[in-house]
Write a protein that binds this ligand. Structure first.
Ligand code: FAD
Length: 428
């Protein structure tokens, strides 16, 4: 490696900004460039009315809808080294624009703009040998000038987001449906569905949120999913139903054989992990949303100078990015990893050597705190303050039984001088 470690960061959403903040904090060790295809920082928190393609003919990246409020409280969403998400009111669940403002403030506070090349698309990342040294050849495309360049780096941090490539389930007979099929990625406003009968398929955060937003505007909303019945009572214009089996004779046939006619099928079926710029020689494959081979959901085991920030799901993302970035930088700075065989064995344990479905391999949920602590301990940097864990657990418990109106609650954290804290979820 050259004297300073040259790092390429792809994407200026929360993950890429976090990477930049820590790289910029160690200028004696690292020099880096952050490439972002859009005109500003913020990634998916940049709401755009349009769907489809942007001015350059590239797919619109953001999945935000106009009225989106966060499903996590602001008190635990922030980065630990920039903890305050400033807002006018007391609300814990904020509008997407508040989070975008926070990310812009973070970028400004740590003076990151000087390192970012905007409107620059990364088209290819490939491992090459230059003067007997392994380097990452990164093909860039400056969108404003159409200039293309190949640049060489010692390490690559992939922060291109995970909510832009919709997963479309295969529903038998759907080609015969004459109504509208739309993925939540392209959902913007409820008014577009006035007086329509809508089936919202999928009951993760977006499915539940969009179903409630449509209720009262659409003539009827069916929240259809395969999970156990959620604790949401049916109401005027809203019914919770089973998952869809097929479309037949102008009706959706559910798993319990009920038949429903509808005008719109809203797919809230999630996203595919997608890295269209990775050359095969990076050694990474994505199979049923399982990205492998990765050590600690993070480091490319084949070429450990490449990492992916933000792969774990059902987590509190920003603080986790803070931990993942520091761990990867500790490895670049010389922290030794276990042998490749041991890393592979560790990684295979995520799918319990084949007994856990691959698509669940990166789901951490309540295990995220042990994961974050493990990164801190192994990478030898400070653990997250405990209020992230206690705040999340208190929020999660309250949310589970109040799915319809949990966003009106406030999370109150009392941080004590000795570093301890107490948390409470209050109904204002
Ligand atoms: P992104 O924000 O997607 O940023 C990726 C960036 O990479 C983009 O700017 C993109 O333009 C750029 N990029 C991609 N490909 C290239 C390329 N080839 N070349 C150059 N640039 C590229 N999280 C929470 O904490 N709380 C919430 O309440 C919450 N709600 C959410 C609601 C929705 C609808 C969605 C979609 C997500 C939500 N999230 C929430 C999760 C959110 O995705 C994360 O909080 C976080 O913002 C992800 O950041 P990221 O940097 O990984 O990805």
């Amino acid at each position: 490696m050259s004297e300073k470690i040259k790092v390429c960061v792809i994407g200026a959403g929360a993950a890429g900004l976090c990477a930049a903040r820590h790289l910029a904090g160690d200028p004696d060790t690292f020099e880096f460039v952050l490439f972002e295809k859009s005109t500003d920082v913020g990634g998916t928190w940049t709401y755009v009315e349009e769907v489809g393609q942007d001015n350059y003919g590239l797919p619109i990246h953001s999945s935000m809808y106009k009225n989106l409020r966060t499903n996590l409280p602001k008190e635990i969403m922030s980065f630990p080294d920039f903890p305050e998400i400033k807002t006018d009111g007391m609300d814990s669940c904020l509008l997407h624009s508040d989070i975008l403002k926070y990310l812009k403030d973070y970028s400004q506070h740590f003076q990151l703009h000087a390192f970012i090349k905007f409107e620059t698309l990364i088209e290819r990342v490939k491992l090459v040998t230059v003067n007997n040294e392994e380097k990452w050849k990164v093909d860039t495309h400056e969108l404003t000038t159409s200039k293309k360049e190949s640049l060489y780096f010692d390490a690559v941090m992939i922060c291109n987001g995970h909510y832009f490539d919709p997963y479309i389930p295969n529903i038998h007979g759907l080609d015969k449906f004459n109504g509208e099929v739309i993925h939540s990625h392209n959902y913007r406003i409820p008014e577009a569905f006035l007086d329509k009968k809508v089936i919202v398929l999928g009951a993760s955060s977006s499915g539940i949120d969009i179903a409630f937003e449509l209720t009262g505007k659409a003539s009827h909303v069916y929240l259809s999913h395969n999970n156990c019945r959620l604790s949401i009572a049916d109401s005027d214009g809203f019914t919770q139903v089973q998952g869809i089996d097929r479309f037949e004779n102008d009706k959706f046939i559910l798993k319990d054989k009920t038949a429903i006619a509808a005008d719109v099928l809203m797919l809230c079926t999630g996203y595919k992990f997608s890295y269209p710029f990775l050359d095969d020689n990076c050694g990474i494959s994505v199979n049923d949303n399982y990205v492998s081979p990765l050590y600690k959901h993070l480091i490319n085991i084949t070429c450990p100078t490449m990492c992916f920030i933000g792969i774990p799901t059902v987590v509190v993302p920003f603080p986790m990015f803070h931990m993942q970035v520091q761990y990867f930088l500790s490895v670049l700075k010389g922290k030794r990893l276990p042998s490749k065989d041991d890393q592979i064995a560790d990684s295979n344990s995520l799918i319990a050597n084949g007994t856990v479905a691959k698509r669940h391999a990166h789901k951490l949920s309540h295990n995220q705190w042990a994961y974050n602590d493990d990164l801190a301990q192994d990478g030898q940097f400070p653990a997250l303050p405990d209020y992230y864990r206690s705040g999340y657990e208190a929020w999660w418990t309250k949310k589970r039984t109040n799915l319809r109106d949990y966003k009106k609650f406030c999370l109150v954290i009392d941080k004590k001088d000795d570093g301890s804290s107490s948390v409470q979820v209050v109904d204002p």
